[in-house]
Design a protein around this ligand. Sequence first.
Ligand code: 5GP
Length: 121
Amino acid sequence: MSYDDENIFAKILRGEIPCKKIYEDDYVLSFHDINPQKKIHALVIPKGKFIDLDDFSINASSEEIVGLLKGINIVAKKLGISVDTGKGYRALVNINEHGGQEVPHLHFHLFGGERVGRMVE
Ligand code: 5GP
C-alpha cells in the first residue's frame, strides 16, 4: 500500500483543513481529536509521509523517530498530563485493519485528564 496524499491528516498538515493545534515543530504536529473519547484526547502525527507505525519503524530516519517520541512528551507536558506535570495518560496507536486504524497517516492518540479505563474492550 502506498501513502495516500488525500488522507485527512495530510490535508491538515498542508493547512487545507483546520485543526485545534497544540504543538508543532520540525518533526511533529499535534492537535485535538475532533471526536474526543476522554477529557483530553490529543493526536500527535509525524510530518513525514508514514502510513502506520510499521511503515515508520522501517522507513523513518533516526531523527524522525526521536523527534516523534520527544514530541509526544512535549505535548503531554503542554497538556499537563505528563508524569511531571500531571497524573499520566495513555498513548495508543492503531495499526491497519485489526488495529482499527481509520486514517492512513501514523498518529499517536494521547488520552488523559481522567482515568482512561480498561486497555482493551
Ligand atoms: P484511528 O481510528 O485512525 O486510530 O483514529 C483516527 C482519529 O482521527 C479518530 O479519533 C477521529 O476522531 C480523528 N479524526 C478524524 N478526522 C479528523 C479531523 O478532521 N480532525 C481531527 N482533529 N481529528 C479527526
